[in-house]
Structures are given as structure tokens and as C-alpha cells.
Write a protein that binds this ligand. Structure first.
Ligand SMILES: [Fe+2]
Length: 388
């Protein structure tokens, strides 16, 4: 199999990088003024109505296109810092964030209920059966869905302590595997079956289980492109009837082991108002454990965008699992203004107060930062863990 080494700036090691000098853009006073003007022009529009026309950035738009090139052909990571968070309400910050995002790409829905702007916050004691981004604690390395080219976070509120964004270059991990375990790298090029989340599948137009294995890595024009939504691999095992062979388990575990070694990963501690953009084809992300506030309204709260970039070379068809057609179909469940932080936090606070009153507060699940082996997915399915 042809698996050439990635010899571009995309292959970096966290231990050799200072993100403050190599991956950071500091907002200038002129940029803040231009954004402030765009926010006034935008007014109180719904998130779905924010576009390059309704949030005009004639000067900064050009700078953002330069940052987008850095995501595609540079390090794959941009952190924008220095925005005066304290001058704006949370809802204004949400509109500003989306307003910047639409100059990079097209926001797509992030789950079956159609949110174009996600809230990454721990509500696992309030809402049943939440996904990873609505649970607390650490998270292991993954790449978000193939429907998204740039995954982005804005920090509205920090945790009491901890909760760093941990990222790793898939290209660097690729090269390490090439040197040490090319046999396992081949398994990753072949890939794994993927399966949609149960409710996502109900509103998706593609089949719940992929017809073929989806490559974790492919290369075109010297660029590596990755897909590794570990949730989708786990659902394939637990809902799709897929059984991984020992070498498939070893390849997944070895990829995770390299990614979480100090030499390879990079931790970014968010300040309030920070915006992080990641190339979701080349950067894996995770999060460190953290300590949070008991009240939902004062918890660590990040906003998330999934951006599709139509101007980038298209992903290879055989690596697409969740598609544009799926995320577009999810929009049927979207309610106007539902993503605004004020509305979202009011709903969650009311739900938390109700649970406290009725003494039905949920016990948070096991944080996924425990880095399970892929073996545990089928052990869990087959009841081996329960029987022990
Ligand atoms: Fe993620």
C-alpha cells in the first residue's frame, strides 16, 4: 500500500511547538472595531440568518481567508485571542462568533435536532443520555464528523480549573506509525465500519451503517485526510453488529496511545473570548479533565461551530459517512433562536431547578477521558464487562 510520509508543516509535534507564536492570531483594535460595526449591522437576527452579507467584514474577511489557508496547508490550527469578551453579552458573542465563522465556511447542523451553533457544556445531571460534548470530564482523541471541514470552539466561560483543549497532528501520528508500526498504519488506511448515533440516524438520509469500511486516513496531493469519530466506531460494534479483529483493535489503541503521549499532543488553555479553529481533516482533538460549578448557568461553556468549506478540495467520496444531505435534513427539527446562550441557559437552569426540587438529579456517567481500548466496545456489547 502506498503510504508516503507527510513532509509538510501539518506534521508537527506538540512538544516542539509554542502555539502562542506559531498558531495564534491576536485581534487588533481595528479588527475589534470592524466586528463591532458588523454586529450592529447584523442586529438581532437569528443564527441561521447570519451570512457574509448580513455580517459584513470587508477588511477582516480577507485576513480570515488567510487564516483559512493556514488551516488547509499550514499547521491546521488557529487560535484567535484578545477579543474583549467583557464588553458583550453571551448572545452578542454568539452572533460575533457565527459572523466570523461564515467568512470561513458554511455552518452545518450538529445533530438530529438541527443546532447550527452547539453548546459544549456539562448538562449530564439534568438531561438524560447526553453525548460527549454535553458531559463533563475529559474526552479522548477523535475527529468530528466528515460533514465538517473546520471544527471550532469559542470560550464563553472557563471551568473553575482544568478543561484544556488537547490537540494532536494526525500527520505526525501517521509518520510515527509509518516508522514504528507500518502494519497497523495499513489497517488504518483500510479503516473501520461506522454507524450513526441512534437519533441522528433516524433523521439522516444515509444508511445507519456504512456499506464499506471508511478509511481513517487517505492522501491526495500530499495532504492527509482523516476521519475518526470514535462514537461512530463504537456504535458500529454495539448497534451495527460489527466485530473488530485483534489487529483492528490494536491499530485503534496504538493510534490513541501515540496521540496521548507528551511528545505529540499540545494543550491550549482557553481564555474567555478565545476562538479556536481546527482543520477537522487533519487535527484530532480531546480535552483534559476539569472542575466545574454546581449551577448550570456558571459552568464551563463553549460554543461550537461545524463549518463546511466548499472552496476546499472535496473529501474523497469513500471517506464521507455523514453527508451534507444528512445535516441539511436535520434542519427540519431546528427552532428559531434556539442556539442563543441566554435561551439555552434559561431552559437548562429551569430543568436543573426542577430536578433539584423533585430530587431527580441524574448521576453523571463515566467520563470518556478514561481512554478505553476499542476492545471494551465489544466486551461491553457482549456483556463480558457486566459479568465480571
Ligand atoms: Fe469533538
Amino acid at each position: 500500500m502506498d503510504m508516503p510520509r507527510i513532509a509538510t508543516r501539518a506534521a508537527w509535534k506538540g512538544s516542539e511547538i509554542d502555539y502562542r507564536t506559531e498558531m495564534m492570531h491576536r485581534f487588533t483594535d481595528d479588527e475589534v472595531a470592524e466586528i463591532d460595526g458588523a454586529l450592529k449591522a447584523c442586529g438581532d437576527r437569528d443564527i441561521a440568518e447570519i451570512s457574509r452579507e448580513t455580517f459584513p467584514l470587508p477588511d477582516m474577511g480577507q485576513a480570515l481567508l488567510g487564516l483559512r489557508d493556514e488551516l488547509l496547508d499550514g499547521r491546521g490550527v488557529v487560535l484567535m485571542r484578545g477579543f474583549p469578551r467583557d464588553r458583550y453579552t453571551a448572545d452578542e458573542m454568539a452572533r460575533i462568533y457565527v459572523g466570523l465563522g461564515v467568512h470561513l465556511g458554511r455552518p452545518v447542523a450538529q445533530s438530529w435536532y438541527g443546532q447550527l451553533l452547539g453548546s459544549v457544556i456539562d448538562i449530564s445531571d439534568v438531561v438524560e443520555k447526553v453525548r460527549g460534548y454535553n458531559a463533563g470530564g475529559g474526552q479522548h482523541f477523535h475527529i468530528d464528523t466528515s460533514a465538517c471541514d473546520i471544527v471550532s470552539l469559542m470560550c464563553l466561560r472557563r471551568a473553575l480549573s482544568g478543561g484544556a483543549s488537547r490537540i494532536v497532528s494526525l500527520s505526525a501520528v501517521h509518520n510515527q506509525l509509518l516508522d514504528t508500526r507500518p502494519d497497523l498504519l495499513e489497517v488504518l488506511y483500510r479503516g473501520y465500519y461506522n454507524h450513526h448515533h441512534e437519533m441522528d440516524a433516524k433523521y439522516a438520509v444515509t444508511a445507519p451503517l456504512s456499506a464499506e469500511r471508511i478509511p481513517v486516513m487517505t492522501q491526495t496531493d500530499g495532504r492527509l485526510t482523516g476521519v475518526l469519530d470514535s462514537g461512530n466506531l463504537r456504535y458500529a460494534v454495539q448497534m451495527g453488529g460489527v466485530t473488530l479483529d485483534p489487529v483492528e483493535i490494536e491499530a485503534y489503541d496504538e493510534l490513541q496511545r501515540i496521540a496521548r503521549s507528551e511528545e505529540f499532543f499540545l494543550d491550549m488553555n482557553f481564555e474567555e473570548g478565545d476562538i479556536q479553529f481546527l482543520n477537522n481533516r487533519t487535527i484530532m482533538h480531546a480535552r483534559t479533565n476539569y472542575e466545574d460549578h454546581p449551577d448550570v448557568a456558571r459552568r464551563r461553556h463553549l460554543l461550537r461551530l461545524w463549518l463546511r468549506v466548499d472552496e476546499w478540495p472535496a473529501r474523497l467520496a469513500h471517506q464521507l459517512f455523514l453527508t451534507d444531505a444528512d445535516t441539511t435534513n436535520w434542519l427540519q427539527n431546528r427552532r428559531p433562536f434556539m442556539e442563543l446562550p441566554s435561551k439555552y441557559l434559561a431552559e437548562m437552569t429551569a430543568a436543573q431547578e426542577k430536578r433539584r426540587r423533585e430530587q431527580t438529579v441524574l448521576k453523571p456517567g463515566q467520563p470518556s477521558g478514561t481512554f478505553p481500548s476499542a476492545r471494551s466496545w465489544q466486551e461491553e456489547r457482549d456483556g463480558v464487562l457486566a459479568a465480571r
